[in-house]
Design a protein around this ligand. Structure first.
Ligand SMILES: *[C@@H]1O[C@H](CO)[C@@H](O)[C@H](O)[C@H]1NC(C)=O
Length: 197
């Protein structure tokens, strides 16, 4: 019911603004279960220009950065939770992905909060890449825009936190598990769900 109302509101808003609404994506498990490359853009040395690396995970990207700068580390601690989402948070995802462990998602969130620079995803809709995964608990960044989307990587930590806050206590979920999806008004979303890692 809530979903229907939200959808209706979005349709009305879209009609008013004269543009088509992006569908809530992805709409199946298979579309998020593969490794998709994304781009990280940032500075690996304070005074240098930002540079870009492409990989299927931040670990993969980090390995490439270490080849350039062997003493590199994601050392910056970015203030978590400054930006609360102004869009929808879905706890009851229609395509029923498996659950992630709240404990390990929290670890993923603290790691994401150390990542400076931007994560860039290719054009969508439903272009999803996994930005964090450990102990079968994944965090995905999905782009529904028809153009590439660049978002500060640490923001995915904030969004995953929004999902835990809203969805952990939702319904009859198994103990200490969570899944959910949070939609930003700029046409991208973040998914927390069980994963094969
Ligand atoms: C996502 O973007 C990448 C990079 O542009 C592209 O290669 C890939 O086909 C896109 N995937 C989907 C599912 O649209």
């Amino acid at each position: 019911m809530l979903l229907k109302t939200t959808l209706l509101t979005m349709l009305l808003l879209a009609a008013k603004e004269g543009k088509s609404i992006p569908a809530h994506t992805p709409n199946s498990l298979s579309s998020i279960s593969y490794e998709t490359d994304f781009v990280w853009t940032g500075r690996i040395e304070e005074d240098n220009e930002p540079i870009s690396f492409t990989g299927s995970s931040l670990q993969h990207i980090e390995a490439q950065i270490l080849e350039h700068k062997p003493d590199f580390s994601w050392s910056r601690d970015i203030e978590p939770g400054n930006s609360r989402v102004e869009g929808d948070i879905l706890c009851d995802i229609s395509w029923k992905p498996s659950f992630a462990s709240v404990f390990h998602i929290r670890q993923g969130i603290s790691h994401l909060h150390k990542i400076h620079g931007d994560c860039v995803n290719g054009p969508g809709p439903g272009n999803c890449s996994r930005v964090s995964c450990s102990y079968r608990s994944g965090i995905w960044f999905c782009n529904d825009n028809p153009h590439p989307m660049s978002v500060p990587c640490s923001t995915f930590g904030d969004r995953a936190w929004d999902i835990i806050e809203k969805c952990y206590a939702f319904g009859d979920f198994p103990t200490d598990s969570v899944h959910g999806q949070v939609f930003d008004k700029d046409g991208w979303n973040v998914i927390v769900a069980g994963a094969d890692c």
